[in-house]
Design a protein around this ligand. Structure first.
Ligand SMILES: Nc1ncnc2c1ncn2[C@@H]1O[C@H](COP(=O)(O)OP(=O)(O)O)[C@@H](O)[C@H]1O
Ligand SMILES: [Mg+2]
Length: 247
């Protein structure tokens, strides 16, 4: 089982949109996928028309295997299950910081679903915290959407610094450009510059800014389903194909 975290320490960069579309494409390609929503806002499950996991507290998420399994729901798509988040998930950090081995807690939890899934995709909240450290430690790859603009670039540098300071494996990080508008010179210039600086970690596929992706909230489905013939869906498919070569 591979664990892929969709992560950025910045909000609104396309983590959830990417996690939802990639989970759908992975499942379509025959992989058994669990999309695990770690963000208390619960957007991933919302996109799949699922309700928040009511009885799953921060404690039971990490310590009660049966409750965790019961909270996992099937989606409308073959091979794709979702573990919805709820507002209790906002306390993950406090809970993990009280544990002696908080860093390893997520890995231990996910071990309990190891035999059921080929891929667990984690939709992460935009924090650098104990939970993210637990994510970085258990993930095989950390995929990071980056809007090619100044603040998003800055957060990528902060993430790289964090990995250096905490002696984490930088080779886990795979970044890709998100919400790209090729008509903007700033986007093109940033993509070229970062592409030269971080050639090893930057994927060559980018996700364009797309009204179809924005409409996922209205349609409550992956764009790779309801808008499968559009360039946005094709870019997600290309992203998944490129990821396969790096996992
Ligand atoms: N490629 C895209 N093009 C246009 N809008 C996008 C794109 N990706 C995400 N969005 C929109 O931007 C907002 C933030 O995206 P989201 O995936 O929720 O970000 P995050 O999970 O990083 O906070 C949402 O309203 C979403 O619909
Ligand atoms: Mg999100």
């Amino acid at each position: 089982m591979k664990i892929i975290a969709c992560y950025s320490n910045k909000g609104g960069v396309g983590k959830t949109a990417s996690a939802v579309n990639l989970a759908h494409l992975m499942a379509q390609s025959g992989q058994k996928v669990l999309l695990c929503d770690l963000d208390p806002q619960g957007a991933s499950a919302f996109y799949f028309r699922l309700k928040p996991a009511k009885k799953l507290t921060e404690d039971s998420f990490f310590t009660d295997h049966d409750k965790l399994l019961k909270a996992i729901k099937g989606s409308d798509y073959e091979n794709l299950d979702v573990l919805p988040a709820n507002m209790d998930f906002r306390d993950f950090d406090i809970f993990l910081s009280r544990l002696a081995k908080g860093h390893g807690a997520l890995k231990k939890t996910l071990k309990s679903v190891k035999k059921d899934y080929d891929i667990v995709l984690l939709d992460c909240p935009p924090t650098i915290s104990m939970l993210s450290e637990s994510v970085f430690s258990c993930a095989d790859k950390v995929i990071v959407p980056v809007i090619p603009s100044t603040l998003s670039e800055r957060t990528l540098e902060q993430l790289l610094d964090f990995f250096t300071q905490h002696k984490l494996e930088k080779s886990k990080i795979l970044a890709f450009f998100s919400m790209v508008q090729v008509s903007k010179k700033l986007h093109l210039d940033t993509m070229q510059r970062l592409g030269e600086q971080h050639a090893d970690m930057l994927l060559s596929t980018y996700i364009p800014f797309s009204s179809h992706i924005e409409r996922m909230g209205v349609n409550r489905a992956p764009a790779t389903d309801f808008a499968k013939a559009t360039p946005a869906a094709q870019h997600y498919l290309d992203l998944w194909r490129e990821l396969v070569t790096r996992i």
